[in-house]
Design a protein around this ligand. Structure first.
Ligand code: NAP
Length: 540
């Protein structure tokens, strides 16, 4: 291992130019650290750089889904309540210019490996092109959806049309008029893309494995509804309040149980939440929604009846919104939709239930199910990601102790973290928006700022104390794992198959991958840890 002149050693190499990475670059530079941001993409945006498929957009409302820095929001104006992916990329370009990020960013740089070098207390980090970085801190902001998942169906390569994962959507929009198009998967991505492609394709088929309890989005175009904008003078209070809301918004679960209201009151509550749109019918519902099966069924019944009323065909009603819920409402990620259910009333749209007729293989002409061969020009494989851990494990990370101590090895049988940000045996390495943190239940900017501020304070603490090494202790890690499991197993979450539990990836250990205590509890854990001199970490 060659030694670089000390002036070439970074204080932090930040990987990932989405909300979290960009925030850290700004804040750490402000504090006087020498930092660099790298990303495999060719511009800022993180998931929004990659996800440019038709209909791609965020399910969180603005102004919650943006940075709280007044120099940004005082100037920036969104066109919609739920901005689309292209507008979010424009926002990132604006942020990059306001925060002068480009001078310390390197794009088209894919980090392939990192090794901890104990004598120099630095990480030796290599890109797939062989470029080497030395850095005291290794800050991974690769997000929870950095590793795509495509099932290993036989014959994918034989398909003669276009087979595409939505996160690799071509920059030049394909013309789907007169084409036969399939979307496999109906998660947040599948729902968004299906709504768009079904309007242009001649024939459109959605392959569904599990019905999706999508909620009405209630988009607002501000151009025609200027009065519906959240007034900017209220922004500071909203940002200050994000850490007191379960999902990082400005609302919370109702502080009472489902059956403490009369049936009439309950219908009224559900209706109000429904009419509001966004995640309110999920994260603003009765507090026992995710904990009591009976309460959960009651909310499901309301959802089911609303949705069934929008679908004409009785068989489709049952497939899309079954009379009896097949899993607990809210325990799989709920997307927001606009015309998803009406779409199935169109004559050019079909639904294939892959439970009844599983996909056997792809053929040169399309998809062979146990029933028949479906012919397509385009197959969109919206089958998701190896969420939370996949993006981190795909980097060859070797911690203290050498080649036998890799991150993938340590997590083989199950994920271990302290505070959902660090791992024992991997000094000075931190990650955000990953496993065992609120992550996918909390909007990105809220997490980026909370976790980012924790990192800034931690590095300042070490600098003040004249220390160069911080590592999660095994005890802190074990206790955090217990907390994550305690929250999860007191809820209905583990009773449902989902990527929150690692179920979507064959062979992945089944475990709660998300911290279900909500943003306020998580934020307090970070705060207490810092106030107690970074309790649970070993500092040397
Ligand atoms: P996902 O939620 O994992 O959905 C994957 C879909 O593919 C599911 O419907 C799944 O069915 C299906 N599937 C997987 N393997 C299959 C197989 N072998 N055969 C048939 N179907 C199969 O992935 P995603 O939709 O890409 O979303 C991932 C996450 O990214 C979201 O939950 C969200 O957090 C984020 N996202 C956010 C937005 C937004 O904010 N608007 C948009 C897109 C994505 P099962 O349900 O049966 O597993």
């Amino acid at each position: 291992m060659g030694s670089l002149p000390t002036e070439d050693v970074l204080d932090a190499l930040i990987v990932g130019a989405g909300f979290a990475g960009v925030y850290q670059l700004k804040r750490l530079r402000e504090e006087g650290y020498k930092v660099k941001l790298v990303d495999s993409a060719s511009d800022y945006g993180g998931v929004w750089y990659w996800n440019r498929y038709p209909g791609a957009g965020v399910d969180s409302t603005v102004p919650h889904y943006e940075f709280s820095d007044p120099t940004l929001w005082k100037e920036w104006t969104w066109s919609q309540r739920f901005p689309g992916s292209a507008e979010i990329r424009e926002y990132f370009a604006f942020v990059a210019q306001k925060w002068d990020l480009r001078r310390d960013t390197e794009f088209s740089t894919h980090i392939a490996s990192a090794k901890w070098h104990e004598p120099s207390l630095t990480w030796v980090i290599k890109s797939s092109c062989g470029k080497e970085y030395r850095s005291r801190f290794f800050l991974l902001n690769t997000g929870f959806a950095a590793r795509r998942y495509i099932p290993d169906w036989k014959g994918i390569d034989s398909f003669q049309g276009t087979f595409v994962h939505p996160s690799y959507w071509p920059k030049e929009e394909p013309d789907l008029r007169g084409k036969k198009v399939a979307v496999i998967g109906n998660g947040s991505t599948g729902v968004q893309i299906a709504q768009e492609l079904s309007q242009v394709a001649e024939e459109f088929v959605l392959f569904q494995r599990t019905p999706n309890t999508a909620l009405p989005q209630k988009q607002i175009n501000f151009k025609d509804n200027e009065h519906e904008r959240v007034p900017k003078e209220t922004y500071p209070a909203i940002y200050a309040g994000r850490t007191t809301s379960f999902g990082g918004f400005d609302f919370n679960f109702l502080p009472r149980n489902t059956f403490s209201d009369t049936p009439e009151q309950r219908q009224q509550v559900y209706e109000t939440l429904w009419q509001h749109g966004d995640f309110r019918f999920h994260l603003g519902n009765y507090q026992d929604l995710m904990f009591s099966a009976e309460a959960n069924e009651e909310a499901y019944a309301f959802w089911r009846d609303k949705v069934r009323a929008r679908i004409h065909d009785p068989a489709l009603k049952e497939l899309l919104a079954p009379q009896k819920n097949l899993y607990h409402f809210g325990c799989k990620r709920i997307p927001l939709e606009i015309n998803y259910f009406e779409m199935f009333n169109q004559p050019n749209v079909s639904l294939v239930d892959v439970n009844a007729t599983p996909i056997e293989r792809l053929t040169p002409r399309g998809i062979q199910t146990t029933e028949k061969e479906w012919e397509f020009d385009y197959i969109v494989c919206a089958t998701g990601y190896d969420s939370f851990t996949g993006g981190l494990k795909q980097i060859d990370i070797e911690g203290a102790g050498g080649a036998d101590h890799t991150l993938a090895g340590k997590w083989k049988a199950g994920t271990k973290t302290y505070l959902g940000m660090s791992v024992s045996g991997f000094p000075n390495m931190f990650f955000t928006y990953g496993p065992q943190a609120p992550t996918a239940l909390c909007n990105g900017p809220t997490c980026a700022e909370s976790q980012g501020e924790f990192l800034v304070s931690m590095m300042n603490h070490l600098a003040r104390e004249g220390r160069g090494r911080i590592e999660a202790g095994e005890e802190g890690e074990a206790k955090w794992g217990d907390d994550v499991r305690k929250f999860a197993y007191s809820s209905l979450l583990p009773g449902t198959k989902s990527w929150y539990m690692g179920d979507n990836i064959p062979g992945k250990p089944r475990e709660p991958l998300i911290y279900l205590g909500g943003v306020p509890n998580y934020y307090n854990s970070l705060k207490e840890c810092a106030e107690q001199g970074y309790a649970g970490f070993a500092i040397s």
